[in-house]
Design a protein around this ligand. Structure first.
Ligand SMILES: Nc1ncnc2c1ncn2[C@@H]1O[C@H](COP(=O)(O)OP(=O)(O)OP(=O)(O)O)[C@@H](O)[C@H]1O
Length: 261
């Protein structure tokens, strides 16, 4: 018997004043899938992420995660339910070290209490040590462990993007949302990132939804793709279906959608 989808988006949307930024979006994403969300500039992709993560409250429809309605939950509660994200414009604590950027994510979930931290009880130190060890494990996966004491702002752009993913992973998500993870990366970095995304999906039993303009990346690793245009879903299917879909070709008129360039 098939399990129910991990994420169900039912006719969800949001209106800003007179503008329907996203409207009647339906999605069903199953545990373990790696799914793409694409669309021309301004199509509503980041707004969808903001709806899924509680940054915006939908003005229509429902968002269900593990069968539970998320509408109206603030972002930190959505994270605790198991949805973590990265941002289109990197949001790291630029003055903190690479290691501390990951530890911050752990802190939000740490089991030891505030009291034990304030009074520096033994449980505080064991919790802190465990957190540090686990953070370093994440950094190793992203080949950032040797840079752990470097300030985040001093990392090259591609490494900052990887650090953002490491930090999102440290929150222990079931669903990871990646907003243009390859933006600003060169082809070699993008290729390594593709492998890394596929690796962490398997390693951490993750479900991943990613927004990306790099069609080679999207077509190369996603099993299914949703396409937004002017706030509405215009197509859904395998890379093969999307590549040849007339509405997608029309929406991207003049742009590269084949992803095999
Ligand atoms: N808080 C807001 N208030 C008003 N309009 C908004 C708000 N957030 C998004 N929009 C509008 O919603 C539309 C969709 O924007 P969104 O950033 O989601 O697109 P996108 O597909 O992520 O684009 P891009 O690929 O350029 O990042 C745009 O017209 C944008 O101006």
């Amino acid at each position: 018997m098939a399990d129910k989808p991990l994420l169900q988006v039912r006719k969800a949307g949001i209106q800003f004043g007179g503008l329907k930024a996203v409207s009647e979006v339906n999605m069903e994403i199953n545990q373990g899938e790696l799914i793409g969300l694409i669309g021309p500039n301004g199509a509503g992709k980041t707004t969808c992420f903001n709806l899924l993560t509680g940054v915006y409250v939908p003005t229509e429809g429902d968002i269900l995660f593990n069968g539970e309605r998320l509408n109206g939950l603030p972002p930190y509660k959505v994270t605790r339910k198991g949805i973590a994200r990265t941002f289109q414009n990197i949001r790291l604590f630029s003055e903190l070290s690479v290691l501390d950027n990951v530890k911050v994510a752990y802190h939000s979930l740490a089991k030891h209490s505030i009291l034990s931290s304030v009074f520096r009880l033994p449980s505080h130190f064991s919790g802190e040590k465990e957190m540090e060890e686990k953070s370093i494990e994440f950094l190793k996966i992203f080949q950032l462990d040797k840079l752990k004491d470097e300030k985040a702002k001093n990392l090259p752009y591609g490494q900052q993007r990887r650090l953002e993913i490491a930090r999102a992973l440290a929150a222990g998500p079931k669903l990871l949302l990646l907003d243009e993870p390859a933006a600003g990366m060169n082809p070699q970095e993008t290729h390594e990132l593709m492998e890394l995304i596929a690796f962490i999906r398997n390693q951490f039993d993750l479900t991943i939804l990613l927004i990306e303009h790099d069609m080679k990346l999207v077509m190369g690793i996603c099993e299914r793709i949703y396409v937004l245009d002017h706030g509405q879903l215009i197509a859904e299917g395998t890379p093969e279906v999307i590549r040849n879909h007339p509405k997608v070709i029309e929406a991207y008129l003049g742009e590269e959608v084949a992803g095999d360039a």
